[in-house]
Design a binder for this molecule. Structure first.
Ligand SMILES: C[S@@+](CC[C@H](N)C(=O)[O-])C[C@H]1O[C@@H](n2cnc3c(N)ncnc32)[C@H](O)[C@@H]1O
Length: 452
């Protein structure tokens, strides 16, 4: 059993131990931390790790008297840096166990009472991440970690809520201590902090929390309530049968429930699918983010008759807007694009920071955007169970219609947090019994293919 309950860390020391050099330098530059003696040692060590030797020289010169009283501490921190650099060189050569030993040594030489294995692991993983090396399985030893990592991280995150790596560290930590829903929420926060798209490497790491999570403790009564008379899968079935697409594209596969409806040639895209069963032969699964997928496959898709596209990936507005723009660019004049989750049942479900199991995020904004900016489209909202569907036809194939306005639209909606009543109440959506809904859909979409 590790004994480390007497190791109290301030937030900067935590960043230093976890090897988050850039954040440490940012923090000590932004706020006047650097005047405190011990903290300045950490700042200098971080600058060295980042290769900013000129800066180190200047700072050592200008803070001579502060550092003189801390000579031993500074020497230890610098020796630690040497071991850390050796460890990184060994990592790049794939000498993993030697790299791990040097990384541990970089913490041992600091002379702290006991550094918990978890902190050693955080530093090791962080150095790999900084080198762009893939994440490897984390330490799975004692979870009885009394070290106050969470409160250190929470303090830091209050100071710098925009720092992605702090949220990543917290998500990793929460996963390690078995707090999976918190970890998942934090990964979702990482996605929201990276509006240009969360990299696949982070998705791979968040998958573990996604799989392990058994649910969210909703903070308000009724926040998981859902509505809609006709199940969304029944509507997808109907669309497949009636439109009889030549090729089906799906963004966001998860367990494969919607993808398995496809009878035609189909591609499903998801950076972290968790399939329950094998897919049938007509279906290809591509483990990738939708952004990366469109970037590398758009050309091939334009050669196909992509007649039906289902967008159900990351439930954040800027992601969905990009998915729509990219989907439209590979569509043809008969294509129908279907977007899930346009109707949150309450404001908790629509929050960008996920706190509920039923989570639509701010996908409703895509419906709002299309109503305002694309009056040329045929938009048909359906009061589907559980969180509504939007079916779109009349697409302008091979044109990036909203691409040039992407940035301005995203910034226009950036601070819009409250969901307009019309989306909560599903105003104007096709509703009623299954047969009525299908009849109305047939009137609007059913004949598309045969008309062409
Ligand atoms: C709600 S689930 C999809 C459910 C599925 N369509 C169904 O109805 O059976 C959302 C999925 O989107 C995936 N996802 C998240 N970000 C994504 C991205 N950037 N690109 C593609 N898929 C993404 C998640 O991994 C998750 O599996």
């Amino acid at each position: 059993m590790e004994r480390h309950s007497n190791l109290k860390l301030d937030p900067l020391a935590m960043l230093y131990l976890a090897g988050q050099w850039r954040e440490l330098v940012n923090l000590t530059s932004d706020i006047n931390f650097k005047d405190s003696d011990g903290n300045h040692c950490y700042r200098i060590a971080a600058l060295m790790q980042l290769g900013k030797y000129k800066k180190v020289k200047n700072e050592l010169r200008s803070s001579k008297c502060i550092l003189q009283g801390n000579r031993n501490r500074l020497l230890r921190v610098l020796a630690s840096g040497v071991f850390c650099s050796i460890s990184k060189s060994l990592m790049t050569l794939q000498y993993m166990s030697e790299a791990r030993r040097s990384c541990d040594r970089s913490l041992d030489v600091l002379g702290l009472p006991t550094v918990p294995d978890l902190v050693k692991e955080l530093r090791f993983q962080e150095q790999r991440r900084q080198l762009g090396l893939p994440h490897i399985e984390m330490y799975s030893g004692s979870r009885d970690c009394k070290l106050d990592i969470s409160s250190s991280l929470a303090k830091l995150r209050k100071l710098r809520p925009d720092l992605v790596s702090l949220v990543v560290a917290s998500a990793e930590y929460n996963y390690e201590i078995g707090n999976y829903s918190e970890s998942l929420k934090e990964w979702q926060e990482v996605a929201a902090l990276m509006p240009d798209g969360m990299p696949s490497e982070y998705y791979a790491r968040s998958k573990k929390a996604y799989v392990a999570n058994k649910g969210f403790s909703s903070y308000r009564k009724n926040s998981e309530l859902t509505k809609g008379d006709v199940d969304k899968y029944a509507i997808l079935e109907w669309l497949h049968t009636s439109l009889n697409p030549s090729f089906y594209l799906e963004i966001g596969v998860q367990r494969g429930k919607s993808l398995e409806i496809a009878r035609c040639e189909a591609v499903g895209v998801d950076p972290m699918p968790i399939l329950d069963k094998a897919l049938s032969g007509n279906v290809t699964l591509i483990e990738s983010t939708s952004d990366a997928f469109f970037e590398s496959h758009a050309y091939e898709l334009k050669e196909k008759d992509v007649d039906l596209i289902f967008i159900d990936g990351m439930h954040l507005f800027e992601y969905v807007l990009r998915d729509f723009i990219n989907a439209e660019s590979v569509s043809n004049e008969n294509t129908v694009i279907v977007i899930d989750d346009i109707f949150p049942c309450n404001s908790d479900q629509a929050a960008r920071a996920r706190a509920t199991k039923v989570w639509t995020g701010d996908v409703w904004k895509i419906y709002d955007t299309l109503k305002r900016y694309r009056k040329d489209l045929n938009l048909v909202a359906v009061d589907a169970y559980p969180t509504g569907l939007l079916c779109i036809s009349g697409l302008k194939c091979n044109e990036y219609n909203l691409k040039s306005s992407y940035e301005s639209i995203v910034s226009e909606y950036k601070d819009v947090d409250s969901v307009p009543k019309e989306y909560l109440e599903r105003a104007g959506a096709i509703t009623g019994r299954e047969s009525d809904v299908f009849k109305e859909l047939a009137r609007l979409f059913g004949k598309l293919k045969t008309n062409s």
